[in-house]
Design a protein around this ligand. Structure first.
Ligand code: NAP
Ligand code: MG
Length: 401
C-alpha cells in the first residue's frame, strides 16, 4: 500500500528499559509499514538526560508546545539506586514532572476495555477516567531535613525579598522533615476548565474531592475555584446534558467510586491522581491497559502509557529470557497522538489508521491472543486465551491490521 502521509510532525520522546524495547517494535511492526512517519525525535533515556544535563527534557517539552502533539515513552525517574546503576552526575528530576511543569494542564487516564477482560471490582462496568492535575503540589516542592532545636517557618516576601508574613510550621525538639509546596489560582482554574470541558465532551458526570476540612486554605482553594467556574461557565451546559458535578470530601469520593458502576470523570489533585490512577488501572485489569494524555490549556496534547518502564521484565529481556509485556497502553499513546495530529492537520486517513490500529489490538485480545498479565483476567465463553511473548503479540496485531 501507499503509505499514509503526515502534514506536521509529532514530537517523539523515547524512553527507557522495557518500554523502550516495545517502542522500537511498535514503530517497526505496526506504524512505519503504513505511515510515512514524520516525527521530531528526542531521546529521553536516562543516559541521554544525564549527558545533556537534562536539557533534552526541556527541549522536548518546548517542541511539544510548538508542534501541539507529542508521544512519550515511559522513562526512569532516578532515585539513589539509579544514580549508582547509571553512574549519574546527579539525581535528575522526574522528566514527567519537568514536562508537566512546562506544559501545565491536566492528565486524563482512561482504561482500555476489551470484551472478556473482567474488572477486579465486579460492579465496575464502564470506564472511570481519572483527571489528574499535573502541576505543582509535592511534585515541585522544596524539602529539608531539620536537626534538633531548629525552627521551621513559612515565610512570604515581596519580589525584592522584604519579609511580609511569617508563620511557624514546627519547632523541632528532635530531627525531622519539612516540605513547602505551592499551586497557583491560574493552574487550578485551567485544571477545573479542562475537567468540566472533558466531562462534557464525553458526556459523563464529573466528581471531585479534596481534604478541604483539614486543609482549610490550600485544598479549600481548589474547592472554591471549581465551584466558581462551574457556576459561571458550565452549570447550564451540565444541566442541559443531564450531567452532575459532584463535590465532596475525597474520603467520601473514594467510597462512592468503589460502589459505583463507573462511567464518570474523577478529578484528582496531583498526588491523588498519581496514586489512584494506578489503583484504578490495576482494578480494571492491568497497568498495561491504562492510556494517558496530558492536555495543556493552550491545546497541546502529550500521549503516554500510564505505567512505568517495567524494569523487572527488562532485566529478564537483558538476560535473554522471554518477556510477555503488554504494549496496549504504549500503542494507545501512538494512536492517540496520530489521531490528534490527523484531527489538527485535517488528514482523516491518519485518524482512520489510528482507529484501525486500536480496533485490531482490541480484537486480537478479544479473540484470545494476549500478553501474560491479561491471561488470569480473561473470561469468554468458547475462547481459550493464548499467551504470546512481547513481540508475538505485536505481530498478531499486525496480522489483524
Ligand atoms: P512499572 O514499570 O509500571 O511496573 C510495575 C509492575 O507492574 C511491573 O513489574 C509489572 O508487574 C506490572 N506492569 C506494568 N506495566 C506493565 C505492562 N505494560 N505489561 C505487563 N505488566 C506491567 O513501575 P515500577 O516498576 O515501579 O517502575 C519502573 C520504572 O518506571 C521506575 O524507574 C520509575 O521511575 C519509572 N516510571 C515511569 C513512569 C513514566 O514515565 N510515566 C511512570 C511510573 C514509573 P510484574 O513484574 O508482576 O509482571
Ligand atoms: Mg503513579
Amino acid at each position: 500500500m501507499a503509505k499514509i502521509q503526515m502534514k506536521n510532525p509529532v514530537v517523539e520522546m523515547d524512553g527507557d528499559e522495557m518500554t523502550r524495547v516495545l517502542w522500537g517494535w511498535i514503530k517497526e511492526i505496526l506504524i512505519e509499514p503504513y505511515v510515512d512517519l514524520k516525527a521530531e525525535y528526542y531521546d529521553l533515556s536516562l543516559t541521554e538526560r544525564d549527558r545533556t544535563d537534562d536539557k533534552v527534557t526541556v527541549e522536548s517539552a518546548l517542541a511539544a508546545k510548538k508542534h501541539g502533539v507529542a508521544v512519550k515513552c515511559a522513562t526512569i525517574t532516578p532515585n539513589a539506586q539509579r544514580v549508582e546503576e547509571y553512574h549519574l552526575k546527579k539525581m535528575w528530576k522526574s522528566p514527567n514532572g519537568t514536562i508537566r511543569g512546562i506544559l501545565d494542564g491536566t492528565v486524563f487516564r482512561t482504561p482500555i476495555l476489551a470484551d472478556g477482560i473482567k474488572s477486579y471490582v465486579p460492579g465496575w462496568k464502564k470506564p472511570i477516567t481519572i483527571a489528574r492535575h499535573a502541576y505543582g503540589d509535592i511534585y515541585s516542592a522544596s524539602e529539608e531535613r531539620l536537626e534538633e532545636d531548629e525552627d521551621a517557618y513559612l515565610l512570604v516576601c515581596d519580589k525584592d525579598g522584604k519579609e511580609l508574613r511569617r508563620k511557624e510550621i514546627h519547632f523541632f525538639d528532635g530531627p525531622g522533615i519539612v516540605q513547602g509546596m505551592h499551586n497557583t489560582d491560574k493552574s487550578i482554574a485551567s485544571f477545573a476548565r479542562s475537567c468540566f470541558s472533558y466531562a462534557l465532551s464525553v458526556k459523563e458526570p464529573l466528581w471531585f474531592g479534596t481534604k478541604d476540612t483539614i486543609s482549610k486554605t490550600y485544598d479549600h482553594r481548589f474547592k472554591d475555584i471549581f465551584a466558581e467556574i462551574y457556576e459561571e461557565e458550565y452549570k447550564e451546559a451540565f444541566e442541559r446534558e443531564g450531567l452532575e458535578y459532584l463535590y465532596t470530601l475525597v474520603d467520601d469520593i473514594v467510597a462512592r467510586v468503589i460502589r459505583s458502576e463507573g462511567g464518570f470523570v474523577w478529578a484528582c489533585k496531583n498526588y491523588d491522581g498519581d496514586v489512584l490512577s494506578d489503583m484504578v488501572a490495576t482494578a480494571f485489569g492491568s497497568l498495561g491497559m491504562m492510556s494517558s494524555v496530558l492536555v495543556s490549556p493552550d491545546g497541546t496534547y502529550e500521549y503516554e502509557a500510564a505505567h512505568g518502564t517495567v524494569t523487572r521484565h527488562y532485566y529478564k529481556h537483558l538476560n535473554g529470557e522471554e518477556t510477555s509485556t503488554n504494549s496496549c497502553a504504549t500503542i494507545w499513546a501512538w494512536t492517540g497522538a496520530l489521531d490528534k495530529r490527523g484531527e489538527k492537520d485535517g488528514t482523516p486517513k491518519l485518524c482512520a489508521f489510528a482507529k484501525k490500529l486500536e480496533d485490531a489490538t482490541r480484537r486480537t485480545i478479544e479473540e484470545g491472543f494476549m500478553t501474560g498479565d491479561l491471561i488470569p483476567l480473561f473470561e469468554k465463553k468458547g475462547v481459550t486465551p493464548v499467551k504470546l511473548n512481547s513481540r508475538e503479540f505485536l505481530e498478531k496485531i499486525a496480522e489483524k491490521l
